[in-house]
Design a protein. Structure first.
Ligand code: UDX
Length: 454
């Protein structure tokens, strides 16, 4: 039996949300395969705790919750996050002190999600190396840097001027002012404050980003210069780790059987990730548009993802009638397997970063319907930089849904996008193969973690 105490320990601190937990667990698994012990320090959240316990070979510790629930409900997302960071410093220090007291528990590094910057105080106090992990794109990190230097009042005035909105951010082609992700975090001022905190590297020695040079070379080079710490761009992580997705919701595998019965490259897969919501009216328009497109489709409708409606079951009945035999609906799908299925041809996505990486790696072009924050930026990259998808803007309305599906699934335009995404897939795969940029970055990270002594 292996003696885990002899291995050097990495403490990972994820954000308790699917899109953040998944890459963090993948990083843990990849480091475990290089001989490190992995401890996940997680906040006291029932949903996430129970699903994470399935990850074999990881240890788990809980960071006690210090932000009272009633208080957190009143805050906007940016304020909530800053409060959480303020109030979690002491309890995380206590966690680390307990871990260090355990015999042979030598901590090689604390790697924390960039939003969990409270970890840095413990790393500093106990003189432990620390690394930031950005689970989303390099470009969003660039945007946070830009936002952190803006004046809220001036920015709001500037954004009323159409010329200013379209203006390029200096030295940051192809980013325009209007691409800066400011929606979905509540009022602007706390968001800019939050950005200041998130881009502050404090005493961290490096930042890991789940991306690759072939996707975002200019943003990565910019960050390397701007941050003054090592940037390890080692994504997409799910290709380097053999971990099964740590899914927070139960996957319905019946959809794979349904896909098995469909013609090759005939299905459009629709999923809006783990957080996005749609209004009842939009769901019905979406259902009609999909049905009218005459393409078979697999649609993930997550519990609680429909707003302004309490009778979800009867709405689902209504949607099922509209979509009839062409559509198949599940509450949660094994997404990577679905995207890699030979029957799938297109992906209607909210453009979460993980979904984008997964879609590119399976060579599936996209219809982008971003909801908030960085998703709009990701969608801009899909449509205008990599040219592997189209965006659907404005109100969700059956005609525009039908047209978008047909453009992607039936038109030459869609076929060209498919060619380009296959090309990008090849580049991305090359970057994680021996000698590729992500492969080398991971190697360097492991060397750093092995040689860096307290
Ligand atoms: C959130 C933000 O929305 C996103 O923009 C950010 O980049 C990460 O945090 P989320 O909305 O959940 O993430 O989207 P995404 O990043 O795409 O992650 C969703 C994950 O859930 C993917 O790994 C996907 O494979 C998985 N998934 C989704 C399933 O396994 N099954 C499903 O049915 C839907």
């Amino acid at each position: 039996m292996e003696n885990r105490a002899e291995k050097r320990r990495i403490v990972l601190v994820p954000v308790a949300a699917q899109g953040h937990v998944t890459p963090m667990m993948q990083l843990g698994k990849a480091l475990q395969s290089k001989g490190f012990s992995i401890t996940i320090a997680q906040r006291q959240l029932k949903q996430i705790s129970s699903s994470l316990q399935h990850v074999p070979g990881f240890d788990f510790v809980t960071i006690p919750e210090s932000l009272p629930q009633f208080e957190s409900k009143k805050l906007g997302p940016a304020e909530f996050l800053m409060n959480l960071n303020r109030t979690s410093e002491a309890s995380f220090k206590e966690c680390i002190s307990q871990l260090l007291l355990q015999q042979g528990n030598d901590i090689a590094c604390i790697i924390y999600d960039k939003l969990m910057y409270f970890c840095e105080a413990a790393a500093k106090d106990f003189n432990l190396p620390s690394i930031i992990f950005s689970t989303s794109s390099a470009t969003i990190q660039v945007c946070y840097s830009v936002l952190s230097k803006l004046n809220a009042e001036k920015f709001l005035t500037d954004m009323k001027d159409p010329e200013m909105k379209d203006k390029m951010l200096e030295g940051l082609h192809p980013l325009r002012y209007s691409d800066l992700p400011t929606s979905g975090f509540g009022p602007l001022e706390p968001l800019l404050e939050m950005c200041k905190e998130v881009v502050n590297t404090r005493t961290a020695s490096a930042i890991i980003i789940n991306t690759a040079y072939c996707l975002e070379s200019s943003s990565l080079s910019w960050l390397q210069q701007e941050l003054g710490i090592t940037v390890y761009s080692l994504g997409p992580l799910h290709t380097t780790s053999s971990l099964l997705e740590p899914s927070l919701l139960q996957e319905d595998r019946s959809c794979v059987e349904w896909l098995n019965k469909q013609k090759p490259r005939s299905v459009i897969y629709i999923s809006l990730g783990s957080k996005a919501h749609m209004e009842t009216k939009e769901m019905l328009e979406m259902a009609w548009g999909l049905a009218n497109s005459n393409q078979p489709f697999l649609w993930v409708i997550r519990p609680g993802s429909i707003l302004s409606f309490d009778g979800t079951e009867s709405l689902l009945d209504e949607i099922s009638k509209i979509v009839s035999e062409r559509g198949y609906i599940v509450k949660w799908a094994p997404q990577i397997e679905v995207l890699g299925h030979p029957a799938v041809r297109g992906f209607w996505s909210h453009c979460g970063w993980n979904s984008i990486l997964e879609s590119i790696l399976e060579g599936v072009p996209m219809i982008c319907r971003p909801f908030q924050g960085e998703q709009k930026l990701n969608a801009m990259y899909v449509e205008s930089v990599w040219r592997i998808g189209i965006q659907v803007g404005g109100e969700v309305e059956r005609g525009s849904v039908e047209r978008a599906v047909k453009r992607l699934m039936m038109d030459e335009e869609g076929a060209a996008m498919r060619e380009r995404v296959l090309d990008l897939k090849e580049k991305l795969n090359a970057s994680v193969r021996s000698g590729g940029s992500s492969y080398n970055a991971f190697d360097e990270l492991v060397k750093y973690l092995n040689t860096n002594q307290r």
